[in-house]
Design a protein around this ligand. Structure first.
Ligand code: CP
Ligand code: NVA
Length: 302
């Protein structure tokens, strides 16, 4: 049976272990310039309905390094963009390709695609979720802090796709998740309810960012207006004013706390310039690890 990665929930404990171990191994091979091509002759289609820097480059370079080939498919230039049904596209693609990565708006589209495809489908971000990002972030935390087990991760800001995927992860893995979101910008209601029910160490939603940040091991944030919400930018900037990761907020966290952001960032909005460029920031390492973790995911699924 083919396996998809549409949400963190698609992974069992063995899968997490395998992805993290494999990512570590692949990263060391890469650093030592040792060639390793388990996906020789395989092809990955990459459907993009939204912009991307990290996801596109890391998947494309990643499959190349594993011996395979990536095809960049902008929906603007394919028949999907002209209304060809997802069901037909998914079945046809399954006859050409060995895997598909999709970045789009609707989570339902990715689920529908996976239902009709015979090949693994990887969620490269939807309005609802961004599982590859959170897997890379957890791997980065293991590198930086030895483990994520028992740590307090504080997510400050918009209850968006990144927040939702953090909640999914906290329902499966043993860390504390403290979120702080302004009223009206909470994470997805059913994802939060399930997360709280299934949390390994606890998930708490605060209004006050200081409550979430206090003694945290990680301060994490993301943009206040995600892709597709550009028109709400102005009202969001007002609503989120007191949710910036500033030096003051960081001073409430543990002394060895790290600062994370999935990027791209709006400096001076969700994160202060001196914080994102400061010594506790590990945002570039997070981005780097997208390559190694997604290579592990592709090797596992394809
Ligand atoms: N973090 C992330 O997914 O970045 P891109 O939008 O550049 O792919
Ligand atoms: N929440 C952001 C994440 C970008 C990687 C967005 O969806 O635009």
């Amino acid at each position: 049976m083919k396996k998809d990665l549409l949400s963190v929930y698609d992974l069992g404990l063995e899968d997490f272990k395998e992805i993290f171990e494999k990512a570590r191994h692949l990263k060391s091979l890469y650093k030592e310039k040792v060639a390793y091509a388990p996906l020789k002759g395989k092809t990955l289609g990459m459907i993009f309905d939204k912009s991307s820097t990290r996801t596109r480059v890391s998947f494309e370079v990643g499959i190349y390094q594993l011996g395979g080939l990536a095809l960049f498919l902008s929906s603007r230039d394919t028949q999907l963009g002209r209304g060809e049904p997802v069901s037909d596209t998914a079945q046809v693609m399954s006859r050409y390709l060995d895997g598909i990565m999709i970045r789009t708006y609707s989570q339902q589209m990715v689920e529908d695609f996976a239902a009709f495809a015979d090949i693994p489908v990887i969620n490269g971000l939807t309005d609802l979720l961004h599982p590859c990002q959170i897997l890379s972030d957890l791997f980065t935390l293991m590198e930086k802090q030895g483990t994520f087990q028992g740590k307090k991760i504080a997510y400050i800001g918009d209850g968006n796709n990144i927040a939702n995927s953090w909640i999914n992860a906290a329902a499966r893995l043993p860390f504390h998740l403290a979120l702080a979101c302004p009223e009206g910008y909470d994470p997805d209601e059913s994802i939060l309810a399930r997360g709280i029910r299934e949390a390994q160490e606890g998930i708490v939603l605060h209004r006050d960012p200081a409550e979430a940040a206090r003694n945290a091991d990680v301060l994490y944030t993301d943009v206040w207006a995600s892709m597709g919400q550009e028109e709400e930018q102005e009202e969001r900037v007002k609503a989120f004013q007191s949710y910036q990761i500033s030096s003051d907020l960081l001073s409430l966290a543990g002394k060895d706390a790290v600062v994370m952001h999935c990027l791209p960032a709006h400096r001076g909005e969700e994160i202060a310039e001196e914080v994102i460029d400061g010594p506790q920031s590990i945002v570039i390492d997070q981005a780097e690890n997208r390559l190694h973790v997604q290579k592990a995911i592709m090797e596992l699924l394809m």
